[in-house]
Design a protein. Structure first.
Length: 173
């Protein structure tokens, strides 16, 4: 019995610490805990709440994912300099792609133009934006035809043409 007291105290302290850290509202909150994966072991597409944007898709690192209005099912129009600014979420061939709780659409992949496996949501390629540096950033919204990928049950397509030019210019936009 005396061996359990230190463990009980430790658990109580950890619980209080978690409660203290989680008090207060945040504009961005992970909707699920998505394990971080590597291309060799697979990836999990997660979901998070991002203020007025609602529930959005996130990569294994928790950063925001985007779709491009010019893309088609299992096909990308982003090439050249576009891929520098908007790197796709990729996974090793035959690696597992999972959808975390709250991600209601279909995740999959296709062979990208560089031969790597690009992760898709509802068949649409998913990208990161180079300007987003941490989970919760959504600074790529509306740039060069890209939009935050929303959890909508299927493909999360941007609804309109590019509203802002990219700093890189033409290739693949």
């Amino acid at each position: 019995m005396s061996n359990l007291r230190p463990l009980t105290g430790l658990l109580l302290g950890a619980t209080l610490l978690v409660a203290a850290c989680s008090s207060g509202a945040a504009a961005y909150a992970p909707a699920t805990a998505a394990p971080v994966g590597s291309p060799a072991t697979g990836v999990t597409v997660g979901a998070a709440t991002a203020g007025a944007l609602g529930t959005i898709l996130t990569g294994p690192d928790g950063r925001t994912l985007y779709t491009h209005h010019g893309d088609a099912m299992n096909s990308s129009t982003c090439t050249g300099a576009c891929l520098t600014e908007w790197p796709p979420l990729t996974v090793a061939a035959n690696a597992q792609i999972a959808a975390a709780a709250g991600v209601t659409g279909m995740v999959g992949s296709f062979a990208g133009p560089d031969g790597s496996q690009w992760v898709t949501y509802g068949g649409m390629p998913l990208y990161y934006w180079q300007g987003d540096t941490k989970p919760g950033d959504t600074t790529g919204q509306g740039i060069a035809g890209f939009a935050v990928a929303a959890v909508a049950g299927s493909a999360a397509m941007p609804s309109s043409a590019p509203s802002q030019p990219s700093s890189a210019g033409g290739d693949g936009y």
